[in-house]
Design a protein around this ligand. Sequence first.
Ligand code: NAP
Length: 282
Amino acid sequence: MKTVTMRSGSVLPALGQGTWNMGEDPARRQAEIGALQLGMDLGMGLIDTAEMYGEGGAEQVVGAAIAGRREQAFIVSKVYPHNADKRGVRAACERSLQRLNTDRIDLYLLHWRGAVPLSETFDALGALKKEGKILDFGVSNFDLGDMLEAEALPNGRAIAANQVLFNLVKRGIEWDLLPWSRKQGMPVMAYSPLESAGPQRQVLLAHPALLAVAQRHGCTPGQIALAWLLRQDGVVAIPKASDPAHVRANRAALDVLLSAFDLEDLDRAFPPPAKRQALAMR
Ligand code: NAP
């Protein structure tokens, strides 16, 4: 499995599994647990979740999936901004640990920036890290300006990763945030790598340019969209899949090697940013 290294020296797999929309329907619970376990069997032990997903339901699904095999998992979870004050972070983390049925979260992120001063949140996260309840902390949905502000704070240099929307269609971060993150040695976790669960994904996956590249490689458009992310330095992709065929396909995307010719075709169809863009969140 390709890996990416955080500034703390901790290593995480470059391909993981998302859990948004999991833990919402008891009828789907076993299938979701099975999909995550299949992904782990295939080496995708990085599982991304959040207290927000299913209001704790997704964390419970993850807890069930990693039971008896915690060592094979790299758990990422996130705290709501409205829980990001000194006491709130601690309480939210304790609840997440309980639902995940573990004693530690590998990477704990502030889900997005809210009203609580960042210095207070990072102090609280730093304390949890000292206690070993979280092994690293980071942020999500932070644009370059937020990152520069955050980095200047006392605990700011401890920020291990930033999770943002990044895929073939949403390439804005390539202008400034991605190059800056690479310079800092800070991984970018690409969320919604397949344009998420709604109709936007159908539009992406039916794009003629993507279909043509997929045909050349004898694979699916989704695999090309993931391979495009996975070939980039310092980028982690976390597709969510509850269909076992999707889980297998996503793992196989790691083995797809795109040529310069493929990349030119993709750049023509999905152009990189020509100027600074506000950070996309959907
Ligand atoms: P995504 O991973 O881009 O897409 C998920 C959708 O794609 C699901 O409907 C899934 O179907 C389908 N799919 C999976 N693999 C496929 C394949 N190989 N071919 C075709 N379709 C495939 O969307 P996402 O859930 O928005 O993003 C991934 C993860 O990022 C989330 O689950 C979450 O953990 C994280 N996230 C974070 C934030 C944040 O603010 N930090 C925001 C959004 C997402 P099935 O489920 O039926 O297999």
